[in-house]
Design a protein around this ligand. Structure first.
Ligand SMILES: Nc1ncnc2c1ncn2[C@@H]1O[C@H](COP(=O)(O)OP(=O)(O)OP(=O)(O)O)[C@@H](O)[C@H]1O
Ligand SMILES: [Mg+2]
Length: 251
């Protein structure tokens, strides 16, 4: 059995790896898929997130994988997952090449969150190159722009950089306190039911579609529509460039 493995990777700290990994894990749980969140970071932010997770929500099985000897980690990667289980890796900044090799080879998806900052933009090509050299299939690799604010010079540089890459740029997640709130509550962004969070959930659509095309369907089930409301009236707005316009300052 091939275990669908999603790896969130970037040598740079603070770019949103844990935020992305935990929200993806919550999406899997929301679909009632068994999900294992392997936290390779000794600081254990993903593990701490899972401990804050309300027991009323579908469970995410988080495991501190940084303390597991390499041989055992390999067993985690190459077997040992339960039937139908999705395995999501949250990795620390500056992960060593041997572990990257182990993680990304044959991964179903390797996601690289990148902030619109000159430091992050400078580091990203190396991360992409490392993943490809480590044997990550090119079609499994994608960049996620994170903490995006439109109309900034940094955002313009990030867009230019992403267009220059030959790997896809699958989503632009806005800079929003909803992510901070979701993380603090042990929830994924799709588990916050506020107008601000619903706006963020729309920016995940292209990422979740991209994952689905790779056999990892984490798309939230369609909302149940109360009788009397036409179904298409309840549909979410499809992803479009408008996502960038929503956070423009009001005139
Ligand atoms: N889109 C966003 N909008 C606002 N805040 C965000 C967003 N994404 C992440 N953050 C915040 O940025 C900080 C860093 O995010 P996160 O911990 O996910 O990054 P990381 O790459 O895992 O960091 P590290 O390398 O230290 O593990 C956190 O406080 C998080 O809540
Ligand atoms: Mg982290």
């Amino acid at each position: 059995m091939v275990v669908p493995r999603v790896v969130v990777l970037n040598a740079k700290g603070g770019c949103g790896k844990t935020t992305l990994a935990t929200s993806l894990a919550a999406c899997a749980a929301g679909r009632h898929r068994p999900v294992r969140l392997l936290d390779l970071d000794p600081l254990g932010a993903a593990l701490a997130w899972s401990r804050r997770r309300p027991t009323s929500l579908p469970p995410v099985r988080a495991i501190a994988a940084d303390r597991v000897p390499l041989g055992v980690t390999r067993t985690f990667l190459l077997g040992g997952a339960e039937h139908d289980e999705i395995v999501i890796f949250d990795t620390p900044a500056g992960l060593g090449r041997p572990t990257i090799d182990l993680l990304v080879r044959d991964a179903a998806a390797v996601l690289v969150p990148v902030l619109p900052s000159s430091v992050d933009i400078a580091v990203a090509p190396r991360v992409v190159a490392d993943a490809l050299l480590a044997g990550c299939p090119k079609e499994a690799l994608a960049v996620v722009a994170n903490r995006v604010r439109s109309r900034t010079r940094a955002f313009a540089s990030l867009t230019l950089f992403l267009q220059s890459l030959t790997i896809p740029f699958v989503a632009a997640l806005r800079d929003s306190q909803s992510y901070v709130a979701a993380t603090a509550e042990g929830r994924g962004i799709h588990e916050l039911d506020t107008p601000a969070a619903r706006k963020e959930q729309e920016s995940w659509i292209p990422l979740l579609e991209w994952l689905s095309a790779r056999g990892i369907d984490l798309r939230p089930p369609p909302p149940t529509v109360p009788s009397g409301i036409p179904a298409d009236a309840a549909e979410s707005t499809p992803y479009s460039e408008d996502v960038f316009r929503n956070d423009e300052p009001k005139p």
